[in-house]
Design a protein around this ligand. Structure first.
Ligand code: GCO
Ligand code: MG
Length: 428
């Protein structure tokens, strides 16, 4: 199909189709499948806006779904997809997953970053979904087949204080999970949403470093030594306190301590590593290989926590998982409520097929989310079940999605709301 027919297939709402730079082999085979439409669906069944990209093709009933969820800037990502990626994709062969990733990544000249990578991820995951559907196999088969019979996962327990947290951890353990993330503080207990460790609007790093070891030691005493405890510092202590915190938490024998330094301070990880045997996890805020490659090369972390859509989707994540395998680092893909069920399915495909899998973060989606996304992952006995449905195995019911329109940007997701006692924004 030449560029002339491309103009006739302009999807609604997309600007003038810019003839994309087609690969030299584009028409060699006399034309394979062709992309006919690319659009975004925003929906917020749990008050957190999820961004899904749908790619339609000229094969009746063949379409793909991808997660592009950067919830704090959801509309910006949707605009990047609609205004720039959609016109470049119409008429392309969805089979060219790698070439399309390379083309769309190179196209804006300035590349990477959370907005462009999330937009690219939505396309990338949708193309892997299409490829799996066309071949009748799940994406994890396309990546080399399964490495495990199930995917061990962790979920969260939040407590107002040490006693409440210990009870909540025990409740999660009793529900079947061996790995539990421990959040503590008024907002962690779900009293005001958001995630720990946020005490209302005020934040005192020194007080947190003083008190959290005692809290987690209490939890360890209550739940015993078998339970794997995780704690997320959320990049909220200055680097000079990070080593001391990690050291003082050694007695808790954490499965890992997450985001003990901010992305801007990863050069401090060598000092933290020196100070402690506590396993370290970081990466959900990474968007560029320059952030994670040196850390893995120097083994300065134990678990990589990337938000797969923030690094550009399955294509780069699969390469990252391969690098981890070579350096003894394990994956722990980001998987809270601001990763959609489609994004969680992509996490799962990587988890099933990768020898460097470590653990999978799991958010128990609501009934409303499950109604929108048939095929959403489920947990049984602390592990996620593996779907062998073709593609990513998750669908999207747009009628139901429309009942939960994109959420206004709520204070929950305004991270600048967090200020230190002296009033300064808590950035790191
Ligand atoms: C995690 C993350 C979340 C973030 C959220 C921000 O480890 O799951 O740190 O708790 O707060 O993803 O949008
Ligand atoms: Mg985190």
């Amino acid at each position: 199909m030449g560029s002339s027919s491309v103009a006739e297939d302009r999807p609604a709402g997309v600007g003038p189709v810019v003839p994309t730079v087609l690969p030299p082999w584009h028409d060699q085979d006399g034309g394979g499948t062709r992309i006919t439409g690319v659009r975004c669906i925003l929906t917020a069944p749990e008050g957190v806006t999820l961004v899904i990209v749908r790619i339609d093709t000229d094969v009746p009933g063949l379409y793909g779904l991808g997660c592009a969820t950067f919830t704090q800037r959801a509309h910006t990502v949707a605009s990047a997809v609609t205004e720039y990626l959609a016109p470049a994709l119409i008429g392309r062969d969805p089979a060219d997953v790698t070439d399309i990733w390379q083309s769309l990544h190179a196209d804006p000249y300035w590349r990477s970053g959370p907005v462009l990578n999330n937009a690219l991820s939505g396309v990338d995951m949708a193309l892997w979904d299409i490829k799996g559907k066309q071949l009748g196999v799940p994406v994890w088969q396309l990546l080399g087949g399964r490495c495990r019979t199930e995917v061990p996962a962790y979920t969260r327990a939040g407590g107002r204080d040490a006693a409440h947290l210990a009870d909540e951890v025990q409740r999660v353990v009793d529900s079947g999970f061996l790995h539990v993330r421990c959040d503590v503080g008024p907002r962690a207990a779900g009293e005001a949403g958001g995630s720990s460790p946020v005490a209302a609007q005020a934040w005192d790093p020194a007080d947190y470093v003083r008190t959290i070891p005692e809290v987690l030691r209490h939890v360890r005493d209550v739940v015993g030594t078998e339970v794997e405890l995780i704690h997320d510092v959320h990049q909220r202590v200055p680097p000079h306190l990070a080593g001391r915190l990690a050291q003082e938490l050694e007695a808790c024998r954490l499965f890992y301590l997450e985001d003990v330094v901010a992305t801007e301070d990863v050069d401090w990880l060598a000092a933290v590593r020196e100070a402690t045997s506590t396993p370290l996890a970081i990466g959900e805020l990474f968007t560029n290989p320059r952030e994670y490659v040196p850390l893995i090369r120097d083994r300065l972390l134990d678990f990589i926590r990337c938000h797969v859509s923030a690094i550009g989707g399955i294509t780069p994540a699969w390469r990252l998982a391969g690098m981890c395998e070579l350096f003894g680092v394990q994956t722990a893909w980001h998987g809270p409520k601001d990763v959609s069920p489609v994004g969680q399915a992509a996490n799962l495909a990587l988890d099933v097929a990768s020898p460097s899998f470590g653990i999978q973060e799991y958010h128990p989606f609501s009934e409303a989310a499950r109604e929108i996304f048939p095929g959403t992952a489920t947990a049984r006995g602390g592990a996620l079940t593996i779907s062998d449905a073709p593609g990513l195995g998750v669908d999207l019911d747009e009628r139901v999605a429309a009942r939960y329109p994109a959420a206004p940007v709520t204070p929950n997701w305004h991270w600048a709301r967090l200020r230190r006692i002296d009033g300064a924004v808590q950035l790191r």
